[in-house]
Design a protein around this ligand. Sequence first.
Ligand SMILES: [Fe+2]
Ligand SMILES: [Fe+2]
Length: 165
Amino acid sequence: MNKQKSIELLNKAISEELSAIHQYMYFHFILDDLGYDLLASIFKKTAIDEMLHTEKFAERILFLGGEIEMKPSHEVEHIRDVEEMLKWAMKSEEEAMEMYNDFAIEAANARDSGTKQIFEQIIADEERHFETFETEYENLQKFGDRYLAQQAMERSKKMGINPVE
Ligand SMILES: [Fe+2]
Ligand SMILES: [Fe+2]
């Protein structure tokens, strides 16, 4: 088994996950401020999933005797347009699926089937994330501003019931 190769792949994966967490939380903050509760919570929940992916990769690095670098691959983009946020998220999930498919093959070539399996498990989650973002993107295309207005009105209704919030 080529442990160094696996540790390198796992650290690259963590870099992608950290960037996704930062970007999704940024989207969550903006959407929450706008009152779009559904989208805000989708981004927050997805960020938590990406955190759990980071944890799985980190545990594997320690098992292999490596160091966890924890370097985000890129800076947060200050995107405030909802359509652009969803496009960013779909692209990011697609890139993650492709990257982890490649990494699963590279891990197999390094004769590390444990790491290969972790990448394969996480690909299934990224596919689910992609589908969720795609559904919301399609809703936005179909219903336009009404889709966003609906979410803002749901927030107002909830506050009407419970004005303390
Ligand atoms: Fe992930
Ligand atoms: Fe994801």
